[in-house]
Design a binder for this molecule. Structure first.
Ligand code: SF4
Ligand code: SF4
Length: 361
């Protein structure tokens, strides 16, 4: 009998660094896209959504519009219906409604002149335009996804790979799972997160109060205190607290939130029936994601651009390259989070494979 061994997922890779310059990076991204996108069905009627994070105001790590121009040009040879998209955020910032979100995207250079494609915010004016996808998995029965993602024929998931406070790293899985969820979908995933303030470390500086979108923080005996009933688990207080006073129950909360993220990613991936691909940009890899409203230094040298039809494989390959380049688990150094949960759960539910073959272009 012939063995039916599963083949490893292919991950295409080109080495790149910011010093290459915009034109070279655009050509390198195009090269990875062309190799990866060969099998994706696109005709002249296809709506092609390029899912991206435009970067919070003050952030400098986001994928630059200039790096996408060749890829968009290639897509537009097949269909004129190409657009950039993201969903609104849960937290206070310039991306919590479509109007400010669009202004911010323009300020970061995502103008029609630069990218030759319009922007459509995926979940409407205030994040309420969603569709439900029934998946009946361990953590999520019905996922709530921004309607534009589900109404598109093809999805190109463009991810700036970074560290992350809740998931250890933010890659394609997080970009799909959390990044494509509607406001209610994001709330659903964050509802697993229950932070608390360790009074021993809190200096009562007040910074977390300014960033909390739910007014869940109060002063108690000259320390910050989180009112659990009000907290929506967005994790903002964790990233803004320089004293390290905000704590999570890493073992339970972090496992649940990562598993939910993977299940949300699966709901969208399954709905797209294979008409989707991922590009991960391992350039200016920062400790936090592009939701941070500030310029953060890179934690490791630039590595390159990866492409795959498998969101688990591309994230596993990205992690492996980052760990290899830094010579240690630099992701765990940022936040003491077991980042492997999202990958392991992704395999378990059929989102993809951790077994990959890297093809350097
Ligand atoms: S940011 Fe940190 S140190 Fe400052 S009040 Fe909040 S918990 Fe306390
Ligand atoms: S207390 Fe922290 S996690 Fe809870 S809503 Fe406020 S900022 Fe978000």
């Amino acid at each position: 009998m012939i063995s039916q061994e599963k083949m490893p997922s292919l991950v295409y890779f080109v080495r790149a660094k910011r010093e290459d310059g915009d034109d070279v990076l655009a050509a390198k991204a195009e090269k990875v896209f062309l190799e990866t996108g060969l099998k994706v069905q696109i005709d002249d009627k296809s709506f092609v959504a390029l899912k991206i994070h435009f970067g919070e105001q003050g952030n400098t790590g986001y994928i630059k519009p200039q790096w996408l121009k060749n890829t968009i040009h290639q897509l537009k040879k097949k269909t004129s219906r190409v657009f950039l998209t993201d969903s609104n955020t849960l937290y206070v910032g310039k991306r919590s409604n479509s109007v400010e979100h669009l202004h911010l995207a323009w300020n970061h250079g995502f103008t029609p002149e630069n990218v030759r494609a319009p922007i459509i915010i995926a979940d409407g004016l205030k994040g309420g335009e969603e569709e439900e996808v029934e998946i009946n998995l361990k953590r999520v029965k019905t996922a709530k996804i921004g309607s534009v993602f589900l109404n598109s024929d093809v999805l190109v998931c463009l991810t700036h790979f970074t560290g992350h406070g809740l998931s250890g790293f933010g890659g394609a899985i997080k970009n799909l799972g959390m990044g494509c969820a509607s406001r209610a979908g994001k709330l659903d995933q964050h509802s697993e997160v229950h932070p608390w303030v360790n009074p021993k470390y809190c200096t009562d500086c007040g910074v977390c109060f300014d960033h909390c979108p739910a007014e869940a923080l109060i002063h108690k005996e000259d320390k910050a205190f989180i009112v659990e009933d009000k907290c929506i688990g967005c994790g903002e207080c964790l990233v803004v607290c320089n004293a390290g006073a905000v704590k999570f129950r890493w073992d339970s909360d972090i496992v649940r939130v990562q598993e939910k993220i993977s299940e949300y990613a699966y709901s969208l991936w399954k709905s797209l029936k294979g008409n989707a691909l991922c590009l991960n940009f391992l350039l200016k890899i920062t400790k936090d994601c592009d939701c941070m409203a500030k310029d953060e230094p890179a934690i490791v040298e630039d590595i390159g651009i990866l492409g795959s039809l498998d969101p688990v494989a591309i994230d596993q390959a990205s992690v492996d390259l980052v760990l290899e380049k830094s010579g240690k688990d630099i992701l765990k150094e940022g936040y003491d989070v077991d980042w492997s949960v999202q990958l392991k759960h992704g395999v378990k539910i059929g989102l993809g494979s951790r077994d990959y073959e890297i093809i350097e272009l």
